[in-house]
Design a binder for this molecule. Structure first.
Ligand SMILES: C[S@@+](CC[C@H](N)C(=O)[O-])C[C@H]1O[C@@H](n2cnc3c(N)ncnc32)[C@H](O)[C@@H]1O
Length: 310
């Protein structure tokens, strides 16, 4: 199968990210390599792109897709949460970072990865196939309180407590093994009247479990603090988020950096400095054009924020 994914807000990304065609750019979320390929086409022979993904399948597929640019890119299989470690000894300074958060369509559409509530598959949901923790472990071994709190926090699901209760009751009889088993439990937990409107009843819970399995919010936060150390003055951080939790973290970190605050992951040990680290370029996030949403409905929720190193 082709590693196919329609890159979101491609023109906007290129416009916001590339100020120097001889620059070094880091695509922290390589995915289907669509953004990386377009960056390589735009920067020409003097620029360089480093592509990172924690999914080995994305890395392998990108090698083939980018083969015409052999001297101009390098790929790293790793988690952008450890950005410093991944970049050390590879680059000195960076002209731009791109984060196109979440999953690629190819991950979502591959039923055996267990990300989709619309497809029958195992409860897996790992982006990194070498990782131990899977969705099965979360669903079948977390205590009720922990389940309820993660579904509430990461899914912003008001029926979180009922869903956690139903999960625990169901698994007392038999483990919950597949995506469709889990969808059935969630549907049973949410009253029919509340299921009649709005998104698919399992959407929020699946998002929450996926965030937990991959520690997605911790990774975004940790990486964004690390970017400023690597950026050249005038270099940019471009972040595309797809739900409010990702967007809120991005907005909050940009705001702190623009006010001269630097923190560690978890907003711990924040220190104030005299000078701001960045200037916020997008006071309000950029949104995809209506034509793009019609052509690619997955772009609908995208919000693009940009900060520039001072
Ligand atoms: C939305 S897709 C990117 C699509 C890509 N921009 C394109 O144009 O094809 C997000 C990708 O980021 C990867 N990813 C998500 N979190 C990551 C992390 N913490 N570290 C490394 N890769 C991550 C996912 O595995 C996925 O392949």
């Amino acid at each position: 199968m082709e590693y196919g994914h329609k890159s979101v807000m491609l023109a906007e990304v290129l416009q916001q990210l590339i100020s120097n065609t001889r620059g070094i750019f880091v695509d922290c979320t390589l995915g289907g390599a669509g953004h990386t390929k377009a960056i390589l086409e735009t920067i020409g022979a003097k620029g360089f792109v480093l592509g990172i993904d924690k999914d080995i399948r994305a890395i392998n597929a990108a090698k083939e897709k980018l083969k015409d640019f052999s001297q101009q890119f390098s790929l790293i299989h790793g988690d952008f949460r450890y950005l410093d470690e991944l970049l050390n000894s590879k680059v000195e300074k960076v002209d731009g970072f791109l984060f196109d958060l979440g999953l690629s369509s190819i991950q979502l559409d591959a039923s055996e990865r267990g990300f989709s509530y619309k497809k029958e598959g195992p409860l897996d949901m790992r982006m990194d196939l070498e990782q131990k923790l899977t969705a099965y472990d979360v669903v079948n071994s977390y205590e009720k309180k922990a389940l309820s709190s993660l579904v509430y926090q990461y899914g912003e699901e008001k029926w979180a407590s009922r869903i956690a209760g139903f999960i625990v009751k169901t698994r007392e009889r038999n483990p919950i093994k597949s995506t469709t088993d889990l969808v059935d439990v969630i549907k049973a937990a949410i009253p029919a009247s509340a299921r009649r409107t709005g998104p698919h009843p399992a959407k929020r819970t699946f998002q929450a479990i996926r965030i937990e399995v991959n520690e997605e919010l911790k990774a975004i936060e940790s990486a964004l603090w690390q970017t400023v150390k690597w950026l050249k003055v005038g270099g940019r951080i471009v972040v595309i988020s797809y739900h409010s939790l990702e967007d809120r973290i991005t907005k909050k970190i940009f705001k702190n950096l623009a006010q001269g605050f630097m923190c560690e992951a978890g907003f711990k040990n924040c220190k104030g400095f005299e000078e701001p680290f960045v200037e916020i370029v997008t006071k309000r996030p950029l949104r995809p054009k209506e034509e793009e949403i019609i052509e690619n409905p997955r772009a609908r929720s995208a919000k693009l924020r940009v900060a520039e190193r001072k």
